[in-house]
Unconditional design. Structure first.
Length: 222
């Protein structure tokens, strides 16, 4: 049982990684036999992994039960970002009352690393993504709500959100750092209303940046 669980976890991590990296793009069919070869497991753990990914909305099934990487409509994306804004806004408000001095220090250090990735001679998108994700994770952690943590996990890690940052221009990434700095100020002042407002605006700007990028990419493809 434990062996099967480990195999399923390995398959889950591997397939999820393919989706997050874009190696398995939206709309791509996920064939169990090929995935079993890639993951180095049998097809049963792959089926388990696909069921988990389907529950997390990374994967969808056709009428014939074939698995595909999920694609989202503009309405789906708007709803995802709206929910994320509500939940992260609430997380920021809770965190403003709970951040310790050590927590704020970690948040400042994290934003400094994000800024370094932005201002480096060759903008390091991978570093930007990694440290940006850590910045938001620290806020959710400070909010001290297991319900928020589990609810946000799927929305924040959705590959479409990850790919948004891949198309950010320099000005947008600089703006992200500034908004993070204002969030830190709100946390330092222990002002939940300020923190909620900044976080909500931060997520809405990310949505509009994505919407413009998605339209541009769509126009280029067509």
């Amino acid at each position: 049982m434990h062996v099967m669980s480990r195999a399923s976890d390995r398959a889950y991590a591997e397939i999820r990684g393919l989706i997050l990296s874009g190696d398995a793009p939206p709309g791509a069919q996920l064939k169990e036999e090929q995935l079993a070869d890639i993951c180095g497991v049998s097809r049963t753990p792959v089926r388990d992994a696909l069921r988990r990914l389907e529950a997390e909305l990374f994967v969808v099934r056709s009428d014939s039960q074939r698995a595909f990487v999920a694609q989202w409509s503009s309405e789906d994306l708007s709803e995802m970002f709206t929910l994320r804004g509500m939940l992260e806004g609430h997380a920021a408000a809770r965190a403003a009352r709970r951040f310790t001095a050590e927590g704020l220090s970690a948040l400042r250090a994290c934003n400094a690393r994000i800024e370094q990735a932005v201002v480096s001679s060759e903008q390091d998108i991978a570093d930007f993504l990694e440290h940006n994700r850590e910045f938001h994770r620290l806020i959710v952690e400070a909010a001290q709500s297991k319900y928020l943590e589990s609810s946000l996990a799927m929305l924040v890690e959705q590959p479409i959100v990850r790919r948004t940052a891949m198309h950010y221009g320099p000005a947008q990434m600089v703006q992200s750092v500034r908004e993070h700095q204002e969030l830190i100020q709100a946390f330092a002042e222990r002002d939940p209303d300020w923190a909620r407002a900044v976080m909500t605006a931060h997520i809405r700007r990310a949505f509009h940046a994505f919407a413009k990028t998605a339209k541009r990419v769509s126009d280029e493809v067509s």
